[in-house]
Every structure is written in C-alpha cells, then in structure tokens.
Design a protein around this ligand. Structure first.
Ligand SMILES: NC(=O)c1ccc[n+]([C@@H]2O[C@H](COP(=O)([O-])OP(=O)(O)OC[C@H]3O[C@@H](n4cnc5c(N)ncnc54)[C@H](O)[C@@H]3O)[C@@H](O)[C@H]2O)c1
Length: 283
C-alpha cells in the first residue's frame, strides 16, 4: 500500500505506547485513524493529542466487544483498510518458573495477546475481504517468543510465538484469496520499547484477578531501570511506528527491525534446530 491518505486504520491498544505512535504516524500520513482500547480515559486524551477521528472502547479478550467495534466502524466509515491487532499485555512474570505461574496469568496473557488477535481477524477480515479493496492486517508479535523463546517470560513468550504462527497462516491464506488483502507481523524493537507495558496490571480486568503476589507495575521503562538498577537500551515507540509504516508501504510481511544481535540470535536458533542441537542460545 503506497498511499495511506484517506485510508481507514484501526489500531487496538491505541491509547498508549506503540499503538499511539502508529496512530500518530498514520494521522500525519492522512489516514482516518480509529484508536480502540480498554483504557477509555487514556484513549480520550490520546485521540485529542494526535487528532485521530475516533476513540472507541474495546476489550479484545471478549469476542462480542471486538465484533461491536467492527460493527460501529463499518457503520460509520464504510471500510477498513489497515487493521493493527496490537493490544498486548506484559504479565509481570520476569524470572518466575513456568511451573509456578498462576492460571489467571496464563488465561489473561493468552486472552489478550492471542485471542485478541483472533477476535480481530474474525470480526474484521471477512468484511475487509468483502470490501474488495487493498488492505493489510498487521499483528503485533515480539522478538521474545515470536522469533526465539527467552527463558525469562514464559507466558508472554508463548503468546507471541502463537501470534507469529497465526500471522504466517493468515498471510498464506489471504494470498489464496487473491492478494488484495495481505497480512504482516510486527516485531517492535530492536531494543525494549519505551512504553508502559510493564504497568499492564493496571488495566487487568477483574475476571483475571490474582496477579502473583509481589508483581510490580512499573509505569515506564525508566521507572523499571531506576527501581531495579537494570540498564537497558531503549527504542522509542515513534521509531517503531516509522519503521512499521515504511514496511507496510513496501508490502513486507516480516516487519523486523535491523539488529545485528537480534539476527545473530535468530540465526543461532535456526542453526541449532537444523542441527537437532539442544536450545542454549536464547539469552
Ligand atoms: N514494549 C516493548 O518492548 C514491546 C516489544 C515487543 C512487542 N511489544 C508489543 O507491542 C504491543 C503494544 O505494547 P506497548 O509496548 O505499546 O504497551 P502499552 O502498555 O503501552 O500498550 C498496550 C495497550 O493495550 C491496551 N490493552 C490492554 N489490554 C487490553 C484489552 N483487553 N483490550 C483492549 N486494549 C487493551 C492497554 O490499555 C494499552 O493502551 C503489545 O502487543 C506488546 O506485546 C512491545
């Protein structure tokens, strides 16, 4: 898709972080941007700040909520050309053993990060196909799990492995439909992106109550670094948005930022698998 001017773009998880930056970037490209998020207060502020056309409440864990979002957008705009299934949560699970994590963390992680994407595909793709116009569905994965499984975040990594797989299947199935609607998968980075994802527990619905005791919600990555003394290189969400929009414009499926270190980890993992060698390279 070369020109975003006048195109309708829907972004879940659009109130903050990567979703907000994608919205901001697409508004500047002339797109008609609809942000959707569970955090209505923040959504309203972001819509006003970036000049989006609408901010609609959605809980991507609920199929009916995503279906209602699609209904109201198609009623009002008559079309959707870009769908970013981007809402995602961090589980505050760092360094915990996979066998100790509470089931509600697994349920919440999979319901938002995986079923949220599935709900988006089910509610929007049939109508985008019926529209018959050029379009792209972009799912947000992560290098962590989506390309290689790191041992620190068991639930998050496994949800993102699922997002990559769903995206590859979607891409191939859409090709068979004739190719006007395509899929892409976004890996924000190359470094940890400077967003509020560590504070996801603040928007955790009551159905998933029971965060592991001691789980801390850091509002920003700077908070995390200050509190823990951890030093991390950060990528700004605006850089992710610029790179993602350029990749969509170029018609790419794999929206993976250039990174020597990231490429090396992926190469090592692939070589290990082909050599039937045990996984040691992840971290
Ligand atoms: N921050 C990183 O380093 C990083 C790296 C790789 C991938 N990602 C992915 O990027 C995407 C965006 O995350 P971010 O880093 O911008 O974090 P963020 O917390 O700033 O944004 C996520 C947004 O999703 C919303 N959300 C959470 N649960 C929801 C629900 N049930 N329904 C609707 N919206 C919901 C939140 O309110 C928030 O606005 C996620 O899929 C995340 O996994 C982030």
């Amino acid at each position: 898709m070369l020109d975003f001017n006048g195109k309708v773009a829907v972004i879940t998880g659009g109130a903050s972080g990567v979703g907000r930056a994608l919205g901001d970037r697409l508004v500047r490209e002339g797109a008609r941007v609809v942000l959707a998020d569970i955090d209505q207060g923040r959504l309203d502020v972001t819509v006003a700040e970036i000049g989006a056309e609408a901010g609609l409440a959605v809980d991507v864990t609920k199929e009916a909520s995503v279906a209602a979002l699609a209904d109201s957008i198609f009623d009002r705009f008559g079309a959707v050309h870009l769908l970013f299934n981007n809402a995602g949560v961090g589980l505050g699970e760092a360094q915990r053993a996979i066998w100790t994590l509470p089931m509600n963390d697994w349920r919440w992680g999979f319901d938002v990060n995986v079923l949220g994407v599935v709900h988006g595909i089910r509610s929007f793709v049939p109508r985008m196909l019926a529209l018959g116009e050029e379009g792209v569905v972009i799912n947000t994965s992560s290098g962590n799990g989506g390309l290689r499984s790191m041992p620190n975040t068991p639930i998050y990594a496994s949800t993102k492995a699922a997002v990559t797989s769903i995206s590859e299947v979607l891409y191939q199935q859409l090709l068979r439909e004739g190719g006007k609607l395509r899929a892409a998968v976004l890996f924000p980075g190359p470094n940890t992106v400077n967003t509020g994802i560590m504070a996801s527990n603040l928007v955790r619905p009551a159905d998933y109550a029971g965060a592991t005791p001691g789980t801390v919600a850091y509002r920003t990555m700077q908070d995390l670094m200050r509190t823990t003394g951890l030093k991390m290189a950060l990528t700004e969400p605006e850089e992710v948005a610029e790179f993602a929009v350029a990749g969509v414009r170029a018609g790419r499926f794999w929206l993976i930022p250039e990174s020597e270190n990231g490429d090396q980890l992926l190469r090592t993992r692939t070589e290990e698998i082909l050599a039937r060698a045990d996984p040691r390279s992840a971290w």
